[in-house]
Design a protein around this ligand. Structure first.
Ligand SMILES: Nc1ncnc2c1ncn2[C@@H]1O[C@H](COP(=O)(O)OP(=O)(O)OP(=O)(O)O)[C@@H](O)[C@H]1O
Length: 771
């Protein structure tokens, strides 16, 4: 071997010596960071002290005031510098402390093409260099680290900001290091050896998701490091690491665009708040700040604070009628988005509804007048400029009204009614002087009038002259002109009935979730709003639960961002009907050349028997591969009465508890979860019921309703009442698949009378039927 140091480091003892050396250097750096923090703190204290004394001394005339101001400015600058250095050192310190116990997880030996020397690098959570700026550890996100995840041994290439590089890899070594000691190490010729992955996957679940940097798979690495696509669409089986991959991707992007990208320019839309809590620690553990996280409902809901958003399907408690499903389909498709855009263009020449702007309870700027102004501009004005020009004219009109208003009797009455205190508050200064009492009266009158007209002014600025509700209903009435309702199996009368329902909802300050996005979009179009252009990356997880309309609306809201959308078209649990066409509809929103699709087919979450079972539930399932991890076959127990089933549940819980695995019992609805929780408590079995998404996941056995289980995982899952009564037909197939695929090590299904017929297609050898 050409590198003389290499043989020395080939045994574990030698690697340990090298590790000790690195750890010692990190410790030295830690001390240094600690002392610069202390220094910055001492400096801050002394600046503050000095500053306090100077200010006390110089509290005098104008000149010294100016001097004081200058000195304050100077002090502030000095403080800010110290603050910066304090923050830098604190951040550094926390990274160093993280590195001390586990500085790196891999070593690579390689030779760059054309270079005589072979190099050895170590890869860890963050980079670290010694006093001479020699890198002892490379960040896992550095360009060179990519070859650890990507390639086999031999000749490989990797991307750098300056283009492609080729190297020849001769060694790839993985380490499991705990508290500064090498637990085990293995050399691998594979991408990332299965041995390492097996160790990691065999671990127990917890209430917090973990980072996967040490074992990122090649396909996942593609997702993480992609910077070219405007739309990166990831279709991945349950448990294939979609969520994990995007969290590492956020960390990667923050590193790659350091200085130009902040975590506030990255937003992630996730299925529910519970899931947000579940993933909350991953980025901080990687030394990065969390991105903005919210649910789509939160995103749109904050713009409609006075409305209750109704979504009858969300919790599976109320079944939807066939007609309601069809109407819902119309309102959630891309065609509807386009129809709305087309409708908005017609408003440029006619058809906009207005409201009076009132003053003292009476129309002040009438809707007729506003309409006249709005349509007085020529056809070059689109909706956005039309509204700006209208606002301007209305403000002018309002200003012109001030003078005549001054002479009205309500103004003089108001002035007469002012008590001395109120009067005093009207003057700019206590000793304000006027040339005459007439001038004083005019001054006061003007103040009162402008004050009173303020709400009208606000109404103009906030565009209260638009009648958005009426406009939206008008649009719904016009829909048959833009779409063929018969394509959706709907008659004009059924559509009209749906419209009346929306109208009734408005009266009750409620709005159906399907109406929310079109309603806001119409308002944006009317007011010429153009979205948030600062947002650079948008992530949408569990995309199969979004409607094409919602995704189009997101794109409208963040027009400059690159999108990463992840989903499993096998798991569409809320929007069953259109999941198949979702991808094709979404692709229409982006430039074809800038769209990349990545498939993740291997399921890492579950043992092989569980993955084999869950994938058999799907009829036209996308391809799913298992990961070779052994475990028990899933088991199903069916009883004639629920009391007996309760005993079986307790018995299964005992088995799981004895094995030290944590169980989640998933029921179909919230009501069922509540009843089951009461039963278990009556039998002195401690459980935590998760009944809303604002709750936290707790340790120990959980009971939760199906709609909250999205995206989560548990050591053991018991599906309570997976019966024919609860899951009768095809509509629930994807839901059952989603629920079953939450299990990592153990899956049990319990039902009274009869198991759901959805399992009939699953070969008997894939599970144990205990009846
Ligand atoms: N490369 C990896 N190394 C180690 N663990 C991994 C890897 N990829 C995925 N996992 C583990 O597999 C499990 C499933 O990952 P994740 O939740 O990201 O999948 P998902 O595709 O989002 O699943 P779902 O669609 O079912 O919600 C997690 O426990 C995760 O830590």
């Amino acid at each position: 071997m050409s590198n003389s140091r290499e043989p020395i480091r080939n045994s574990q003892a030698a690697e340990q010596r090298y590790l000790d050396d690195v750890v010692q250097k990190i410790r030295q750096a830690e001390k240094k960071a600690q002392s610069s923090i202390e220094q910055a703190e001492t400096d801050k204290r002394s600046i503050n002290k000095q500053f306090g004394e100077e200010v006390k001394l110089n509290y005098g005339d104008y000149a010294t005031n100016l001097e004081t101001a200058l000195s304050i400015h100077q002090q502030q600058q000095m403080l800010a510098e110290r603050e910066n250095s304090w923050q830098e050192s604190t951040k550094r310190l926390s990274i160093l402390r993280r590195l001390i116990g586990n500085p790196y997880f891999a070593r690579l030996d390689f030779q760059e093409h054309g270079e005589p020397k072979r190099e050895t690098i170590y890869i860890g959570l963050s980079s670290f260099s010694d006093k001479n700026d020699k890198f002892l550890i490379y960040d896992w996100r550095a360009p060179i680290s990519s070859i650890y995840y990507d390639g086999k041994l031999g000749d490989v290439t990797y991307q750098t900001p300056d283009g492609e590089q080729s190297v020849n890899i001769s060694l790839k070594r993985q380490f499991l290091i705990k508290k500064g000691q090498i637990d085990s190490m293995f050399d691998t010729a594979e991408t990332i050896g299965d041995q390492m992955l097996l160790e990691v996957l065999g671990e127990k679940s917890s209430t917090q998701m973990k980072s996967i940097v040490t074992t990122i798979q090649k396909e996942q690495n593609k997702i993480i490091r992609n910077t070219s696509a405007d739309l990166l669409f990831v279709q991945g089986a349950a448990g294939s690491g979609k969520t994990s991959a995007i969290l590492q991707r956020v960390a990667y992007l923050l590193y790659r665009y350091r200085g130009n990208l902040t975590s506030s320019q990255v937003v992630m839309f996730s299925p529910n708040q519970l899931f947000n809590d579940y993933i909350e620690n991953v980025l901080p553990e990687l030394g990065e700040q969390n991105m903005v996280q919210m649910t789509y409902q939160q995103f749109v809901g904050r713009r409609l604070p006075n409305y209750t958003i109704v979504d009858p399907t969300a919790q599976f408690e109320v079944p939807q009628t066939e007609t309601a499903k069809k109407i819902s389909k119309v309102k959630t498709e891309l065609k509807f988005f386009k129809a709305l855009q087309a409708y908005s263009r017609t408003l440029e020449s006619h058809g906009m509804f207005f409201r009076d702007l009132k003053f003292q309870g009476k129309p002040y700027l009438t809707k007729e007048k506003i309409e006249e102004i709005y349509y007085s501009f020529n056809q070059n004005y689109h909706l956005g400029n039309r509204v700006d020009a209208t606002k301007e004219r209305l403000v002018q009109l309002l200003n012109n009204r001030v003078e005549p208003e001054l002479r009205k009797s309500w103004v003089s009455k108001t002035i007469e009614g002012l008590d001395p205190e109120q009067l005093q508050a009207m003057y700019a200064r206590a000793d304000q002087e006027f040339s005459s009492s007439d001038a004083e009266y005019k001054y006061l009158a003007r103040k009162i009038v402008t004050q009173a007209l303020k709400p009208v002014n606000q109404g103009i600025n906030r565009m209260r002259f638009f009648n958005i509700n009426k406009q939206y209903l008008h649009f719904l009435a016009q829909v048959p002109q833009f779409l063929d309702l018969s394509d959706y199996g709907l008659t004009a009368a059924e559509w009209q009935a749906g419209l009346l329902e929306t109208q009734e909802n408005f009266k009750a300050h409620a709005i159906h979730l399907d109406d929310v996005s079109p309603y806001l979009f119409l308002f944006d179009l009317m007011t010429g709003k153009r979205g948030d252009r600062r947002m650079r990356f948008v992530f949408v997880d569990e995309i199969q639960d979004y409607t094409p309309f919602q995704l189009a609306y997101l794109q409208f809201q963040f027009p400059k961002a690159k999108y990463t959308m992840l989903g499993d078209l096998n798991q569409a649990i809320f929007t069953k009907t259109n999941s198949r066409s979702l991808l094709s509809q979404v692709q229409k929103l982006f430039d074809r050349d800038k769209t990349e699709v990545v498939q993740l087919t291997r399921s890492y979450r579950s043992t092989k028997p569980i993955t084999e079972f869950t994938r058999a539930i799907l009829k036209n399932g996308k391809k799913i591969d298992t990961f070779e991890r052994e475990g028990d076959l899933p088991n199903a127990i069916v009883r004639d009465d629920q009391d007996q089933l309760g005993e079986d549940l307790l018995a299964q819980l005992k088995i799981n508890d004895d094995r030290g695995v944590t169980t989640a019992i998933i029921c179909k609805t919230k009501r069922e979860s509540e009843i089951l929780t009461k039963f278990l408590q009556s039998r002195d079995y401690p459980v935590t019921l998760i009944r809303s998404e604002s709750q936290r996941l707790a340790a120990g056995t959980l009971v939760l309703p199906a709609y909250l289980a999205k995206g989560l995982e548990f050591d053991a899952v018991i599906l309570w009442e997976l019966s024919a009564a609860n899951y009768p037909d095809e509509d629930d197939r994807q839901l059952v698949y989603t629920l079953a695929s939450r299990a990592m090590h153990r899956l049990t299904m319990l039902a009274t009378n009869q198991l759901t017929p959805l399992l009939e297609i699953v070969p008997e050898k894939l599970y144990v039927n205990e009846k």
